[in-house]
Design a protein around this ligand. Structure first.
Ligand code: FAD
Length: 262
């Protein structure tokens, strides 16, 4: 079984700032982590390979410091790690990102499964997984909450829906996106971390994945994030006074009527 896991190295904060000049995120001096849902994706892939044999390959497109995230993935049980690192790829929107990752996976070669997180902490679009499946022309199962069965040719997954669950069976190769409750990502021990420290991380560039420059990075993106800001609260909150809950409810209803909300 050969499984690719796409991991994003994201700012460990919601207070992300944009560089108005380059139109990309300011990452220097900001602590980064593996995107939490991608830890669930790694755990799912490692569990399948522990059961069925094979290898897990972690793939990350990001700046040089993302190497640290890949070492954490190796400590969690990933066998091979590839960092797609090239200025030409920076600032890509979800179309450019998923295209670049697809090119890298074509270079990796045959695979049975791809795992992604349901969405990234920073961009938060949830578009890269489905986009990647589209570029590769393979089926996708999103919001996986349980991997029910994996055979040599098929996978059966329970998906989380807004109002329940759905069980889907698909032919391999297939792409799956992971939600938080899919599993409990393992905490690597000291030995595993020491091994990961010495592990080789392959560094690939736009050229080494034969990606067309016009389809990569900021220039290859039909959409650009022009600004990010934390919305300021317009109206201050108000504490509703009253000795009893009934009195408070009465007062609230009066205020809502005054505000013509009711
Ligand atoms: C605040 C903010 C808003 C943005 N809004 C948009 C937008 O509306 N439209 C748009 O096109 N772009 C947007 N971007 C740019 C977007 O972040 C990048 O395109 C990014 O590379 C992928 O999108 P995402 O972060 O939403 O990832 P998602 O699609 O949410 O990520 C889903 C999964 O895909 C995989 N993945 C995502 N990025 C990588 C990577 N670099 N390497 C490996 N695996 C990866 C991971 O498994 C991840 O869990 C935004 C960026 C920021 C910071």
């Amino acid at each position: 079984m050969r499984i690719v896991v796409c991991i994003k190295y994201v700012p460990d904060t919601t207070e992300v700032k944009m560089d108005p000049e380059s139109g990309t995120l300011i990452r220097d001096g900001v602590p980064h982590i593996i995107n939490p849902f991608d830890e669930n994706a790694i755990e799912a892939a490692v569990q399948i390979v522990e059961e069925r044999g094979g290898e897990v390959i972690a793939l990350c497109m990001g700046p040089a410091q993302a190497e640290q995230g890949l070492r954490e993935a190796i400590a969690m049980g990933v066998n091979r790690a590839v960092l797609l690192c090239d200025r030409a790829l920076a600032g890509g929107d979800t179309l450019a990102t998923s295209y670049s990752l697809a090119q890298a996976i074509n270079k990796i070669g045959d695979f049975d499964l791809i795992f992604c997180g349901k969405q990234a902490f920073d961009g938060d679009t949830g578009q890269v997984g489905p986009g990647l499946a589209e570029h590769l022309g393979i089926p996708q199962i999103t919001y996986a909450i349980e991997i029910e069965e994996v055979t040599d040719t098929e996978v059966e997954v329970r998906r989380l829906l807004a109002d329940g669950f759905e069980v889907v069976r698909a032919k391999l190769p297939c792409l799956i996106t992971a939600v938080k409750h899919l599993n409990e990502p393992r905490m690597p021990g000291l030995k595993a971390r020491m091994k990961a420290k010495k592990a080789e991380i392959e560094i690939w560039t736009r050229e080494s994945i034969s990606a067309q420059e016009s389809r990569c990075g900021l220039d290859g993106s039909p959409t650009n994030v022009i600004n990010i800001f934390t919305p300021t609260r317009q109206v201050e909150g108000e504490i509703i006074e009253g000795e009893t809950t009934e009195q408070q409810v009465e007062t609230l209803i009066d205020k809502l009527r005054e505000a013509q909300v009711l």
